[in-house]
Design a protein around this ligand. Structure first.
Ligand code: ZN
Ligand code: ZN
Length: 308
């Protein structure tokens, strides 16, 4: 299975000279199996570039099929959908897979984003065929060759993390999640106050869903001095990511959801810190960069594409 990063930024897209290395588009990851099945995770602005590449393939003829996972519906994770070219080609087929938000179906959320006052083409008028699969966190899903486990993340509203398995490779992705020892966010997390018992159980759930994964992609939006007083914003640091990587015994950690105001230099500081803190451990740490493609699982030896 191949995993390609099309957007690694959180919160909002940004284009600055000092951010070219890691890129400024918001979250979008693309999984592809050996046989060519496509699974997209999140429709941040990175999905625009992915869509353009898909239009070099069968999607241009209206013969493409893909699964689209929407981890949660904050703007940085859905704002690229109106600019996703394969949606505008009749014959393409998509299954949108999401837990939605309390009482609101994902279809209505995406449709609301393209209300006439915001965008000239309504979601209902997109030519591609769309169907929906709604699930609850904790559910196991089979999407073609992809097998998924799901877990609720510690983030406002309903946010889902995924374990994605295909071609004997495993990737777990936690795009947005807060430090549970400081704050409990999200539907059903039982209020804002820290709770040691809850925290332990919750961290074990996160670790379980990432157990032995080839790759763990984790929200490391903040540096430690930045997260103080901002726990309720719903994000984590390198220290939090390392804790789960160790509990889950993964050997490859990818830092993700970079703060939009972080320059390449700051992202590299974060990376150096993670490598420092895990020195001597069987763990490789990298920072997600736009255009980076990695091969996961037994095919990893045939790695092509390099980190830009
Ligand atoms: Zn986000
Ligand atoms: Zn969010």
């Amino acid at each position: 299975m191949e995993l390609t990063v099309y957007g690694a930024r959180g919160s909002y897209p940004i284009a600055r000279r000092d951010q070219v290395r890691y890129g400024g588009n918001t979250t979008c990851l693309h999984f592809r199996t050996r046989s060519g099945q496509d699974l997209i995770l999140d429709g941040g602005t990175g999905i625009r570039v992915l869509g353009n590449e898909m239009m070099q393939r069968e999607y241009a003829e209206g013969q493409g099929e893909a699964y689209i996972l929407v981890g949660h519906t904050h703007w940085d994770h859905i704002m690229g959908f109106p600019f996703f070219e394969p949606f505008y080609r009749e014959g393409n087929r998509f299954v949108v897979v999401s837990a939605g938000q309390a009482g609101v179906h994902i279809r209505d959320i995406l449709s609301g984003q393209q209300a006439v006052l915001h965008f000239p083409v309504s979601f209902e008028h997109l030519q591609a065929h769309r169907e929906y699969l709604q699930f609850k966190p904790g559910d196991h899903l089979t999407l073609g060759e992809f097998r998924l486990e799901t877990v609720q993340l510690n983030h406002p509203g309903m946010t889902v993390g995924y374990r994605v398995e295909a071609d004997d490779g495993v990737v777990t992705v936690y795009t947005d999640t807060a430090r549970v020892r400081e704050v409990r966010l999200g539907d059903g997390m039982g209020g804002l106050e820290p709770d040691a018992g809850f925290s332990r159980g919750y961290l074990e759930q996160l670790a379980h869903c990432a157990r032995g994964a080839d790759v763990l992609v984790y929200d490391t939006n903040y540096l430690e001095h930045e997260i103080l007083g901002w726990y309720h914003f719903g994000h984590s640091t390198v220290e939090d990511a390392l804790e789960i990587a160790r509990m889950a015994q993964v050997n490859r950690l990818v830092l993700f959801h970079h703060d939009p105001e972080h320059s390449d230099t700051v992202v590299e500081e974060k990376l150096a810190l993670a490598r420092d803190l895990s020195r001597g451990e069987p763990l490789t740490v990298e920072a997600a960069a736009e255009g980076w493609r990695l091969v996961v699982g037994p095919d990893a030896g045939s790695q092509k594409g390099a980190k830009p």
